[in-house]
Design a protein around this ligand. Structure first.
Ligand SMILES: CC(=O)N[C@H]1[C@@H](OP(=O)(O)OP(=O)(O)OC[C@H]2O[C@@H](n3ccc(=O)[nH]c3=O)[C@H](O)[C@@H]2O)O[C@H](CO)[C@@H](O)[C@@H]1O
Ligand SMILES: C=C(OP(=O)(O)O)C(=O)O
Length: 421
């Protein structure tokens, strides 16, 4: 069991090095498996547990993978992919396992998905993925626990997503990239990570247009080849470090090439946080009290649901009442109960939460229910009086690389511990 121990009260100061994006590297590993020969090199890979699981899963299907941790580089040779089975014991530990299906379909003609994991956020349907594969000509046999997708070659079609699913868009692009003819994906996701995956696929030889418009056209090609690609910075990791600076009254310089925080920056500015760009470095600081805020989560370019939990912690430390409306997931308020144990006043009603601040937070033992509630509790611990113990720290490690070390470098009193149970 991994556990984080945080002693609050230190203002964070210094330079935070932002990791590569979890939600870009996972589809890129799936994309690398589409190349039947050669070695793909991914740079700026975040050393997180989800990447380790993705490496294990790629090895389980026969790929040769080297993860060079200190160089943050992944080398993938998919020429010997031979097993269509995504085994439950690995695949159920992370959401990114869903992104291996297109490669298996193209390379082996079938994918046997024994499970898909990821944060427990309520319903996390995959119907758009499977309906899309069917429209492209696959046969999908949905058993109670195992899903079997088969196809002897896919054919382009027009696909429509009811909502712009992030991994759904990536999977259907990958499926269409090697299909015969043209595929159009309507209501496609606009997230920057999706665009980064499109960039990599384009280098690999895919013919994709319309990325970022909501209407993506893919002209199928016969083969994709191995390339080198640098993973974009993780805007969620960056958002968390910006919030850590803000709630501790500190000042942090965020380093990460081409970093754009988007709407979270504007929301934090409304709360009184100051941002100042100096070339490629973004400085974040906050001197005065924080003002309350209204948040409505949405698909990009709206406020990212993955930053909703960390923002709830910031709201608990603001002077006044904040309102949060979660519109992407139907079960993403597990943080409220844990924050309330620390002295916050968060009331949840369905998809809405009211956060009455500012309440002083006091350290206690709390539990991460998912990756982002975990990191939100780390933030709470940084601002709380006394010691906060956060259980189920593995969930935090799923998405944040070397968190304790990076925060300690800024002056935080935080340790990562392995406990017996
Ligand atoms: C590995 C990865 O990239 N994870 C991200 C991805 O998850 P993920 O791709 O799983 O999230 P989706 O965008 O697919 O899901 C968003 C919503 O759409 C619904 N839906 C989705 C697909 C489908 O076939 N049917 C359906 O109804 C889901 O139940 C959910 O309510 O996007 C989420 C929303 O930005 C982020 O929180 C996750 O960090
Ligand atoms: C929901 C998340 O991740 P995943 O989709 O990988 O579970 C997240 O990163 O907050």
């Amino acid at each position: 069991m991994v556990r984080y121990r945080v002693r609050g009260g230190n203002a964070l100061r210094g330079t935070a090095f932002i990791q590569g994006a979890k939600n870009a590297v996972l589809p890129m590993i799936g994309a690398a498996l589409l190349a039947p020969k050669g070695r793909t090199v991914l740079r700026n890979v975040p050393i997180i547990e989800d990447v380790r699981r993705a490496v294990e899963l790629a090895e389980a299907i026969g790929a040769y993978v080297e993860l060079h941790e200190s160089e943050r580089t992944l080398v993938i040779d998919a020429s010997r992919v031979q097993s269509p089975v995504l085994p439950a014991e690995i695949a159920r530990r992370f959401r990114g396992s869903v992104l291996f299906t297109p490669a298996l379909l193209h390379r082996l003609g079938e994918a046997i998905v024994e499970g898909v994991g990821g944060c427990n956020l309520g319903s996390r349907n995959l119907d758009f993925h499977y309906l899309g594969y069917k429209r492209l000509g696959a046969i999908v046999d949905e058993g109670e626990t195992v899903i079997h997708v088969k196809a002897s070659g896919l054919t382009g079609a027009t696909l429509y997503l009811d909502t712009p699913s992030h991994t759904g868009t990536e999977n259907l692009i990958m499926a269409a990239a090697l299909a015969r003819g043209t595929t159009v994906i309507e209501n496609a996701a606009l997230e920057p990570e999706v665009l980064d995956v499109i960039d990599m696929l384009t280098k690999m030889g895919a013919r994709i247009s319309g990325g970022g418009t909501g209407f993506i056209t893919v002209e199928g090609v016969d083969e994709l080849h191995a390339v080198e690609h640098t993973v974009m910075p993780d805007r969620l990791d960056a958002g968390v470090f910006a919030m850590a600076a803000a709630i501790t009254g500190g000042e942090v310089s965020l380093v990460g090439t081409g970093l754009d925080l988007g709407v979270v920056r504007y929301k934090l500015e409304q709360m009184g946080v100051e941002f100042h760009r100096q070339g490629a470095v973004l400085h974040v600081g906050c001197e005065g009290p924080l003002r309350p805020i209204n948040i409505i989560t949405d698909t990009y370019p709206g406020f990212a649901t993955d930053l909703q939990s960390p923002m709830m912690t910031v709201a608990a430390l603001a002077d006044g009442t904040s309102y949060i409306h979660e519109r992407i997931f139907d079960g993403r308020f597990a943080l409220a109960g844990e924050l309330n144990k620390m002295g916050a006043n968060v009331e949840v009603d369905g998809s809405r939460a009211v956060v009455r601040g500012r309440t002083p937070l006091t350290g206690t033992q709390v539990t991460a229910h998912d990756l982002r509630s975990g990191i939100a509790l780390v933030l709470a611990g940084l601002a709380a009086e006394g010691e906060t113990l956060i259980d189920s720290g593995y969930l935090i490690d799923r998405g944040h690389a070397h968190l304790a070390a990076r925060m300690r470098a800024l002056g935080a009193d935080i340790t990562r511990e392995i406990s017996e149970r």
